[in-house]
Write a protein of this length. Structure first.
Length: 97
């Protein structure tokens, strides 16, 4: 059973960074998913793939995994730096075209 610790990316339809500052621990699927014979829905016998534990920091997530004896991997994403822009800078004298 391997746990994955990561920060979720922002929704592509949103420009805000809501729910991207927390860290999530979720388990990798242990069994493959298959279509159910009666309804055709995709199902799995593994119930651990339904569990997502949220933490405010990466260190807390790692400490939780180590405390419970879980094998884990940490996915670190690049920090996005946003440079503030001003609309009036477009009309500033001496601005290159």
């Amino acid at each position: 059973m391997i746990a994955r610790i990561f920060q979720p990316s922002r929704a592509t339809t949103q420009s805000a960074l809501g729910k991207t500052r927390e860290w999530i621990l979720e388990f990798e699927p242990a069994t493959p998913r298959r279509p159910e014979s009666l309804m055709g829905w995709i199902s799995s016998a593994d119930t651990l793939n339904q569990i997502r534990v949220r933490f405010p920091t990466r260190e807390e997530a790692v400490a939780y995994a180590e405390r419970n004896g879980l094998a884990y991997s940490v996915d670190v994403t690049a920090v996005r730096r946003i440079r503030p822009k001003s609309y009036t800078d477009r009309f500033r004298p001496g601005r290159p075209n």
